[in-house]
Design a protein around this ligand. Structure first.
Ligand code: PMP
Length: 373
């Protein structure tokens, strides 16, 4: 099978793996053991990794926290910031990942008032809608930088700047933005979540940027690691791998034109084949080139999904793939249940090669012709 699901996860690049290997057994020390060289070596590697990541964003190393991934970073943000406060108001969107929506639902059950901004028909969350939703007790705006199902980019620097001006804490889940959009020089929100395994780094490691002066409370206790905000022995090899992957981001960004060209070719071919029956879901003018999401009308979604066993792609998000519910993102875009269910997300990366592409184009056309005839 050919892998077309890079928005779900990416393989670890050889140079990332190579950087990690010594930290599994040669330098295996606990970075918290400060009485011997084994601990110092591990602590040095963690310090270096934190500096590398901080310098990518031009922020202070102390503002980068290591977590197990973006899910934890989002939970730590939303609950660590707000759970201990008296309930107030939050602005977010219905297009967020479940790792934002579910902590928000938990807060709603504790009395928090949440406004979910309606996206426009391209799936964008606009600043003017956010400013219009502000209340006197708004404590947090949480909007993702890039949507994982349809690839739409939100103007997070503008949203973050407005939040700073009016004194509201701003968070963005940047999991799908990193490596696909140059956010290194951007005006950052107060909190930014990211993950290793979407940028050719290892799974089980991610980060949270926390701007100086933003006060979080710990969600787990039992150690002083990560300034007491995230107790637990640090996974040094994973941290080294995350930093190596972040170091590779400028290189990843050079592949954007070739990925855009392949995506455009896929989109044009599908349009020609399916005509009116194809409904494009990744329609924003403002989107990353990696994601092509479309629905096919008047097909059985289970048959559609089974019609291409040689392609590893997804319908909706991987996290939802065990359920048969229509994607909450496509529903929020206004698609009906059948249209949302009969959708495919093809997500690309530079490791999807030219020779794969030719084969995939042929295979897609043949499989879909059979399905719709
Ligand atoms: N947020 C977004 C936008 C994502 O795409 C994902 C991965 N599906 C996550 C959060 C969760 O990230 P992790 O796997 O690192 O917990």
């Amino acid at each position: 099978p050919i892998y077309l699901d890079y928005a779900a996860t990416t393989p670890v690049l050889p140079e990332v793996l190579e950087a990690m290997i010594p930290y599994f057994s040669q330098y295996f020390g606990n970075s918290g053991s400060n009485q011997h060289i084994f601990g110092w070596e591990a602590a040095d590697a963690v310090d270096q990794a934190r500096k590398t990541i901080a310098s990518y964003f031009s922020v202070k190393p102390a503002s980068i926290l290591f977590t197990s991934g973006a899910t934890e970073s989002n939970n730590l943000t939303i609950l660590g910031l707000l759970e201990h406060q008296t309930p107030g108001h939050i602005i977010s969107s219905p297009l967020e990942h479940k790792a934002v929506l579910e902590p928000l639902a938990f807060l709603a059950s504790k009395g928090w008032d949440i406004t979910y901004i309606e996206p426009n028909h391209q799936g964008e969350i606009r600043l003017d809608q956010i400013t219009a939703s502000k209340k006197s007790n708004t404590r947090l705006v949480s909007i993702m930088w890039v949507n994982n199902e349809i690839g739409t980019i939100n103007d997070i620097p503008a949203i973050a700047q407005w939040c700073t001006q009016v004194g509201i804490t701003c968070h963005s889940d940047a999991t799908q933005a990193l490596g696909k959009l140059d956010i290194s020089q951007a005006y950052l929100p107060d909190l930014l979540s990211f993950s290793g395994h979407k940028i050719f780094g290892p799974k089980g490691i991610g980060g949270l940027y926390v701007k100086e002066g933003t006060h979080l409370q710990a969600r787990q206790w039992g150690g002083a690691q990560e300034r007491g905000l995230r107790a637990g022995t640090l996974p040094v090899p994973l941290i080294v791998g995350l930093a190596k992957a972040v170091e590779g981001i400028p290189q990843l960004l050079t592949y954007l034109p070739q990925i855009q060209a392949k995506k455009q070719e896929l989109e044009n071919t599908l349009k020609k084949l399916l005509g009116e029956r194809m409904i494009l879901n990744s329609i924003s003018q403002n989107q990353i080139p990696h994601i092509l999401n479309f629905s096919i009308q008047e097909v059985d979604w289970e048959k559609l999904f089974r019609s291409m066993p040689m392609l590893a792609l997804s319908n909706g998000s991987a996290c939802n793939s065990k359920s048969t519910f229509p994607s909450h993102v496509l529903k929020a875009l206004g698609r009906d249940d059948d249209t949302a269910l009969a959708s495919l997300r093809i997500s690309l990366a530079h490791t999807y090669l030219n020779e794969d592409h030719d084969w995939v184009m042929n295979y897609l056309v043949k499989s879909l012709e059979k399905l719709i005839s």
